[in-house]
Ligand binder design. Structure first.
Ligand SMILES: Cc1ncc(COP(=O)(O)O)c(C=O)c1O
Length: 580
């Protein structure tokens, strides 16, 4: 009869001779072979490559042994059952630690073999606008989450929510499945009856800016409110704050604005406007995790200035979890309740998935007309959604979060290098600049040819793309030009979108602007290549190769220091490049 040995058995066997007696732990059986995979083990003090088994980890401890057992999880032999003598047994959790360690190490090898950048991104012949930047940690964490098989948001989700809240200095961070969901959740939370008179009602107005990403604006329409679009300043890419007052009516209840391409909007002006008129402020921080703005206590991370802020963890963003996002509640406990409830089906209960009865009154609440003691887990106080991500996504986010400081450093460096490259042609391009008082962690480098430049966006974008420098439009441009918003009406048939001003800034960006990448996967050599492609483009202009009539030698002209450019250079020397 075949001998059966349980996984986790501590076994002894003779190797070459009776005097060569070995010790090991059975990791598992090779299917249908009656052979076992046995990891070497020894008594004593362990090292990096071993899993430590202590007294409490034994179900049955071998007699006469008081030391810890060290399992060398990578050093295994395949042995027939009849060669093994069972001398003890470790617990299931202890065995799972050894198995996890082995799988984690194997995942690292897989990363090294298959994903390592030297094999996939070694050359600079292409300059993508974004890409995944990860190492073995992301893979290991994702595998860990698979082994947990918790499925829905679990320990990694809790950890990432806590880490992000601590990093940003906000009361609560709530993970969701995308940045768009985060914006939907943030604006929807403002409709909660928990907010009393300040809650958004159908027909109320929410101010935003015309140029940007559609899902910053869509939640206003999805909540049957009116989106009031003010113009965008083409230089900063952000809201033109001089038009905020003109946008105000007695129905205005909130402002939602993105920090465009990582560049903080004029927070001082917007906050002042919101405070004077008692308006909610939602910062769409999807493109700006790590950007800072001045505050009385010194530079502070954006995402903590408004009432709510949102994050996106799509791969192009500062950190990724594949698909994902988050809502940050800066301080208001009512908003915490509204956000959590709306994310989780609209339920009133605040227990996380897998938790029960945190309030201790699960079966004793009396709420409205509901039967006394109706299970609080099934009481719904909002018309909610289920916007949660999974724990796999959160696990990848945890590994990415560890890299955020370095990612931010590289984004800033790449932007500065690009600015130097484009700065050679200031007569052709209106250069981007950080908002006064800010230090952006950039999402991208905005390129805006001057109105009198002897070429259009199509020429330069075509040239860049043909030289494998990837470009992107500045999202939807002026959103009122997009078909989705033409003649958009509310439920009662009244207009859902109102514009303020001439929209010349937003149109300018839509007609001429684009951006290129600064993501941390780009090396200095990549950026140098962008500079070379730019030089070639300008050379081509002067040689007439880009088919621009009337251009003589633009490159020389661009390099010819006009008094204005000299003044800019002097100022840059005084203040440093990032202030210009
Ligand atoms: C400013 C802004 N808000 C929201 C989003 C939406 O994020 P997601 O793609 O995760 O839905 C994006 C996406 O790029 C964005 O740039």
């Amino acid at each position: 009869m075949a001998i059966s040995i349980a996984p986790g058995a501590v076994v002894a066997w003779e190797a070459e001779s009776p005097s060569d007696r070995r010790l090991g732990v059975v990791l598992g059986e090779l299917s249908e072979t009656a052979k076992y995979v046995v990891a070497s083990a020894s008594w004593g003090i362990g090292g990096d490559q071993t899993v430590n088994i202590q007294a409490e980890d034994f179900v049955r401890r071998p007699v006469d042994e008081d030391d810890d057992l060290q399992i060398s999880h990578l050093d295994t032999s395949t042995l027939p059952a009849d060669s093994l003598t069972v001398v003890g047994q470790i617990s299931g959790p202890a065995l799972s630690r050894a198995l996890r360690a082995r799988i984690t190490d194997t995942s690292r090898w897989f990363y090294e073999t298959y994903h390592h950048p030297r094999r996939t991104e070694a050359n600079t012949s292409a300059v993508p606008y974004s890409g995944r930047v990860f190492d073995h940690r992301e893979l290991e964490f994702a595998v860990e989450a698979s082994l947990d098989f918790w499925l829905t948001l679990g320990r990694f989700g809790e950890r990432l929510q806590r880490d992000l809240a601590r990093y940003l200095g906000v009361r609560r961070t709530v993970l969701v499945n995308s940045g768009s969901s985060a914006n939907l959740l943030a604006v929807s939370a403002l409709t909660s009856s928990l907010l009393g008179d300040r809650a958004l009602r159908p027909g109320d107005e929410v101010i935003t800016t015309a140029c940007g990403f559609p899902t910053t604006v869509n939640p206003i329409l999805q909540n049957d409110c009116v989106a009031v679009l003010v113009d965008t300043d083409p230089g900063s890419g952000n809201v033109d704050v001089t038009q905020l007052e003109a946008a105000l009516t007695e129905r205005t209840k909130a402002v939602i604005l993105a920090h465009a391409l990582g560049n903080p909007f004029n927070i001082d002006a917007v906050l002042d406007f919101c405070r004077r008129h008692e308006l909610w402020l939602v910062e769409d921080t999807c493109d700006a995790l790590g950007s800072t703005y001045r505050s009385p206590a010194g530079p502070a991370l954006v995402g903590r200035f408004g009432d709510l802020s949102t994050l996106s963890f799509y791969p192009a963003h500062h950190i990724t979890m594949g698909e994902g996002g988050a809502v940050n509640v800066v301080s208001d406990p009512m908003l915490v309740r509204a956000v959590e409830s709306l994310r989780d089906w609209g339920r009133d209960c605040w227990c996380d998935s897998g938790q029960d009865n945190i309030c201790g009154k699960r079966f004793s609440w009396q709420l409205g007309d509901l039967p006394q003691g109706y299970d609080h887990k099934f009481v719904y106080s909002h018309v909610g959604y289920n916007l949660k991500p999974t724990d796999w996504q959160a696990a990848i986010g945890c590994a990415q979060f560890e890299k955020l400081p370095e990612f931010n450093r590289l984004r800033r460096r790449n932007w500065e290098l690009l600015r130097e490259a484009f700065g050679r042609y200031e007569d052709l391009f209106e250069l981007p600049y950080p908002e006064d008082g800010s230090d952006p962690s950039w999402f991208g480098f905005k390129v805006l040819p001057r109105p009198d430049a002897p070429f259009g966006r199509s020429e330069i974008v075509g040239f860049f793309e043909s030289h494998r420098v990837q470009t992107r439009m500045i999202f939807g441009g002026n959103l009122i030009r997009q078909p989705a918003y033409w003649d958009r009406v509310r439920a009662d048939g009244t207009p859902a979108v109102r514009t303020v001003g001439q929209m010349t800034g937003a149109d300018r960006i839509m007609n001429s602007g684009f951006f290129i990448g600064v993501y941390p996967g780009l090396t200095e050599a990549h950026i140098e290549r962008v500079g070379n492609v730019l030089d070639q483009f300008v050379d081509g202009l002067s040689a007439g190769a880009v088919a621009m009539p009337g251009v003589v030698d633009l490159r020389r002209a661009a390099r010819d220091l006009s008094p204005r450019r000299q003044a800019v250079r002097d100022l840059r020397e005084q203040t440093g490049p990032s202030r210009l």
